[in-house]
Design a protein around this ligand. Sequence first.
Ligand code: CU
Length: 509
Amino acid sequence: MINRRQFLYLTGAGAVNFLNMNGWPLAKAAMASSEKNDFFPDVELSLTATPSEVQIFAGQPTTVWQYTGQVIKGDPTNLMHLDQSYLGPIIRVRRHQKVRIHFENNLPARSIIHWHGLHVPARMDGHPMYVISTGETFTYDFEVLNRAGTYWYHPHPHGRTGHQVYGGLAGLFLVSDDEEDKLDLPSAKLDIPLVIQDRAFNPDNQLVYLPRGMHDSMNGMLGDSICVNGRPDFKLSVSTRAYRLRILNGSNSRIYKLAWSDSTPLTVIATDGGLLEKPIEKKYVVLGPAERIELWADFSKYPIGTSLELVSKYFEAAMLEGDMGPRRGMRGGIRLPNGAPFSVFKIDVAGKAKETRLLPDKLSAIERYQPQDADNSDNPRRFSFFMRHMQGLINGRTFRMQEVADDERLRLNSTELWELANDNRSMGMMMMPMPHPVHLHGKQFQVIERSGTLHSGYVDEGWKDTVLLMPGERAKIVVNFTDYPGMFLYHCHNLEHEDMGMMRNYLVS
Ligand SMILES: [Cu+2]
């Protein structure tokens, strides 16, 4: 079905008309029009954000906010719908495809979509200054330049991102490419998306957001129901063969310390920005909000009837380093605090497979950066993340929509060394210790150095767009700003911290 607005657009009535009908200022529409002249999409999709109901439990359905999608041009496999889930459809495209996505806002709130991890022009990145109101449409045009990997999309309206993502607005954005094809990794039904999110439900099966107010917003939203693909009772039935598990931590604030219940090491094949050079084994993997890992999970060694679990193990979420010694942070009566152990989902080994695939020794080629590769290697740009007086701060500054400070201005075509710090102490005052997962928009970077207590659970071997900093931790990253001038965000991806202002712009020019 093509609605009237799309029809006008497709018949060449012109982008300006289309945009003006949606109440955009003329200057913005004209700019969009000139950009569109030479853009011929391979894939064209519509994504609508709308209030909806999902049957999660027996009895009353749960009211959610949901993305629904349609393929306007392309292949039906460009969108994969999850059954009985509040999550949006999985977008599947190939590298170098040109993608046009019409985002239609049917929510009773302003919103905009951010393509998390994708390297797209500033105007296509979902900066909150581009929010649209109820009934309006924002059209995204971009070429997919990213490597094959597990990316995702979610809303980004300032001050409401936590609320909207929690309500159900999120989906995976999977990219494949020729390099990945050659590996012949487990595909189709053996390639399993797993979006892990915690939620709190009231006795009427409705989502509860920040029930304890201020204390909760400092910790962030922490629910006591662990949902996988939108289901609190998620179970995976597998046969005795190898699977590719794509795991996204889509939680607002929860950190997972993932491990197999039988202590088999995890075999990690990819991170935020796609495949690693070679598989690596980990006793456990620590995954902060927004981070992704892909696992190679071979069940061929298990007898039929085996039950396994992916678990999240205990860790100390609010460790104070130095002379204070370990101490629990403020937890305000949260039933399942960050660091508490639980089962994420169950796996039943139910079927016998005739054959299994073998794990490739080499997955990809990654050119590793050294600190001296950065143009500012003797003088890293330093960003310090902390919370004070209910305000999220980066280098002491909170978010302002259009503001860029001197130390946030970068040169196009530069390679930069950044030092990110989670500071417990600022100006001699003791700050409340809390983790900060730091995300850069529009870029994949490399983590070249870091400190920390959960160190052995970090996978820093590949490309990343989000790096978890536990209290007192620091990480050095190298980022390359070779193209796409303009204003992009960097922020804490604890969504409540982000909404409290722990977000800033960087400007590439
Ligand atoms: Cu934070």
